[in-house]
Design a protein around this ligand. Structure first.
Ligand code: ADP
Ligand code: MG
Length: 709
């Protein structure tokens, strides 16, 4: 589904229904805005008058006082008023129009490289001029280059503004001034768009200003306001808007949860014999955290409403067995289960694990990936459709058209954050319209802080596996410059000779990255040449699925000692005997990616090591990232840094496209507002349900489809 199409649908859906808040008035309702200008405004995300009002200034200029020329310093933004002493064309390196302006305190040069004959004539000696611009140091004293200016015959009476001047983000085809005029015009009349939707008791306890006041203030801040505060985004008027916007998103998710609960789900209440048998057969005990999460998930399945639970747990915390236990619960109750993984490699691995676990229990496990031949695919589809397959493990190929289940009761999605929004939407829709909607359990290694989860995962439940299996020895991480590659390669070789296995990761294979990254293929060729005694394998995303499988199988069995890989092995791959990983060009990878990659080692009883090789010079951010990786193995800690560096928008971005479109709020800046949002959201839902819909419509538009993800 095209993202833009959805958005337009949203905007168009609004007008008819939205009379009460006027959220539907389109910009064309304003005199002076026709279709052409509307198109230009649309590029700024402005479709309705509400959008226009929430198009807040990116910064402000102080044009409220006139500066004396004699006091100006380079870097000042200033309004000056003076008389033109000279205006002439200078033929230096570049032809320019030079105009000297003086007041009683000093002289300043105005320089323009582009000018018309009219402009030159207008700037006649003896006339008065009011300029606004940034003062620079020039060859012969201070200068203003291409300032905004107005010329007067006589000394002007009132050359300044009463409030700070707003500077907006604009786009080609609409000037700063025009945009400002349209906003001012909208604000000057009745503004149904800005009807107050926060109930008085909420306003009273939060001490937020009323909406209309807040919006007016931000477009026209009084001169005595703290500009620093405004620029920082910490003015109460800004908090008020950000709060309301975040609240609207939160409410839309809570409504989704309520809507989901209107559907029927299979209420599963088996004895649990299969699950218990499986757990008993494992050659380890579940950790307490795993047991707790299995219980939480199963409690969901007993309900008559479709559940949606996110299981978060650091890499290596053992999410797969939790998923398997959950699957067995559903199967014993007579339902089919689908397990979806983001890569073929991981799907294959899960397919193998589930087969090894479930076939001894007399169950049928089917795989469905893109690489299946036509016949195998047909058979897999048939087994799903006639109900003979108990579990189907696959990639998103699982959810293409033509895939039907006989009795799907549970959908498990591994590494949920890796799936695109569209894929997850398609997944949700699988159940919609059917008699029963399957339960859904998603898993991720990217944790989000609790307060953020309460706000932005309000439609789902979250469980944490906050404990690693016992006996895990933390991976020792070393950061080294590329110059040490030969020495490290030697170490890898001797480790392999001692019976250990290693990954050598070359982050690449995308042609566009070729310049910097080392081609895995080339690396493998070199290694094979230099170490004829070692068994070296190669795996990358361009290989056929079956070839990838073969390589992974050989690595798993120990036949391959050193596996040269791209980041295809990033998620999920589980080969406990591998205890050494080298990542080249580590400076180019993000924290969560590095953490995921490193999570491939440290899974067995041996002490593991990870070497992060980097190319100098290192930028500050890259150096910080590598230092964090060296200093901690804790996924929560790493996620915290990741949130801090990349911002929650990017970290959460794949979950909710809506958050990428925030008009006013900034997830990183406004985190202090989170804790109150859940509570006040509850007040609105309970006591002012009529305002909930209006808030959602004001901030998100008519549709909340995106939230189904
Ligand atoms: P992740 O949470 O990263 O998906 P996996 O499910 O791949 O982790 O599990 C990592 C490894 O730990 C696997 O080899 C798995 O068999 C093993 N494992 C899982 N749970 C336990 C446990 N309770 N004790 C020991 N090993 C475990
Ligand atoms: Mg996993």
């Amino acid at each position: 589904m095209a993202k833009t199409a959805t958005k337009e649908a949203k905007k168009e859906a609004a007008p008819d229904e939205a009379a009460p808040v006027g959220a539907g008035r389109l910009v064309t309702a304003l005199p002076g805005i026709g279709d052409r200008l509307a198109e230009i405004l649309a590029k700024l995300g402005i479709h309705t008058l509400a959008d226009l009002l929430f198009h807040l200034p990116v910064r402000y200029q102080d044009r409220t006082t006139v500066s004396r020329i004699g006091t100006l310093r380079p870097g000042d933004d200033a309004v000056i008023v003076g008389q033109i002493a000279i205006a002439q064309i200078a033929y230096g390196r570049r032809r320019s129009l030079i105009c000297k302006v003086s007041d009683r305190t000093g002289m300043i040069t105005i320089r323009m490289f582009h000018f018309s004959p009219n402009q030159k004539n207008n700037l006649a000696r003896g006339r008065w001029i009011v300029c606004f611009g940034e003062v620079r140091a020039g060859g012969t004293g201070i200068e203003l280059i291409h300032p905004e200016y107005t010329v007067y015959e006589r000394k002007p009476d009132n050359p300044t503004e009463d409030s700070l001047t707003s500077v907006y983000k604009t786009t080609e085809g609409i000037s700063q001034q025009r945009l400002r005029q349209f906003i001012n015009k909208t604000l000057a009349d009745e503004v149904p768009e800005l009807v107050e939707l926060l109930p008085p008791e909420v306003l009273a306890e939060t001490s937020y200003p009323p909406l209309l006041d807040a919006v007016r203030l931000l477009h026209h801040p009084p001169p005595d306001i703290s500009q620093a505060q405004l620029l920082e985004g910490s003015h109460p008027a800004q908090h008020r808007l950000a709060f309301e916007e975040l609240l609207a998103h939160h409410l839309s998710l809570r409504k989704l949860r309520l809507e989901r609960q209107d559907n029927n789900a299979p209420s599963m209440k088996p004895k649990g014999a299969l699950k218990n048998k499986f757990i008993k057969a494992l050659d380890f005990d579940l950790t307490d955290a795993q047991k707790r999460v299995v219980d939480e998930v199963i409690a969901d399945f007993k309900l008559k409403q479709p559940s949606l639970r996110l299981v978060q747990g650091d890499v290596g915390s053992g999410k797969t067995v939790v998923a398997a236990a959950a699957a067995l619960w559903a199967i014993e109750a007579g339902w089919q289960v689908s397990v979806m993984a983001p890569t073929e490699l991981l799907a294959e691995q899960h397919h193998r694990s589930f087969k090894a676990w479930f076939e001894p229990l007399g169950l049928k496990v089917t795989g469905l990936t893109g690489k299946l031949g036509a016949k195998a695919r047909r058979e897999a589809l048939a087994a799903m459709a006639d109900g003979s397959a108990d579990v189907v493990v696959g990639t998103h190929a699982l959810f293409q058209d033509g895939v039907e289940f006989h009795k799907l009761g549970l959908v498990i999605v591994d590494e949920q954050h890796r799936f695109g929004v569209d894929q997850r939407l398609a997944l949700r829709e699988k159940g919609v319209g059917d008699e029963v909607v399957p339960h859904q359990m998603t898993m991720t290694a990217t944790p989000i802080p609790r307060t953020m989860a309460m706000v932005f995962y309000a439609d789902i439940d979250v469980s944490s596996i906050d404990e690693l299996p016992p006996g895990r020895i933390p991976v020792e991480t070393v950061v080294a410059p590329e110059g040490r590659r030969p020495e490290i390669l030697d170490r890898v070789r001797s480790a392999c000779e001692e019976g250990r296995q290693a990954y050598w990761v070359c982050p690449l294979i995308d042609e566009s990255d070729n310049l910097q990254a080392q081609a895995a293929t080339e690396t493998e060729r070199q290694f094979t040449e230099s170490f004829p005694d070692l068994s070296i394998g190669l795996i990358h995303g361009r290989m056929k699925g079956a070839d990838k499988d073969k390589v992974m199988e050989k690595f798993r069995s120990g036949e391959i000692q050193l596996l040269v890989a791209t980041t295809v092995i990033e998620v999920g791959v589980d080969v406990p005997n591998a205890s050494l990983m080298i990542i080249e060009n580590a400076e180019r990878l993000g924290l969560s990616q590095l953490h995921q990659l490193r999570g491939r080692v440290g899974r067995g009883a041996d002490k593991s090591a990870c070497v992060l090789l980097y190319k100098s010079p290192l930028g500050k951010l890259a150096r910080d990232r590598l230092a964090i990786m060296r200093d901690t193995n804790d996924g929560f800690e790493i996620a915290r840094h990741d949130l801090h560096h990349r911002g929650p928008g990017e970290v959460l971005g794949t979950r909710q496209t809506g958050l990428a479109d925030l008009k006013v709020a900034d997830l990183a800046r406004d985190q202090d507002l989170f804790p109150e949002i859940e509570r006040i959201g509850g007040i609105l839902l309970d006591e002012h349900p009529e305002n909930v819909e209006l808030l959602i419509r004001r901030w998100i538009g008519g549709s909340t489809d995106y939230g189904h993800v």
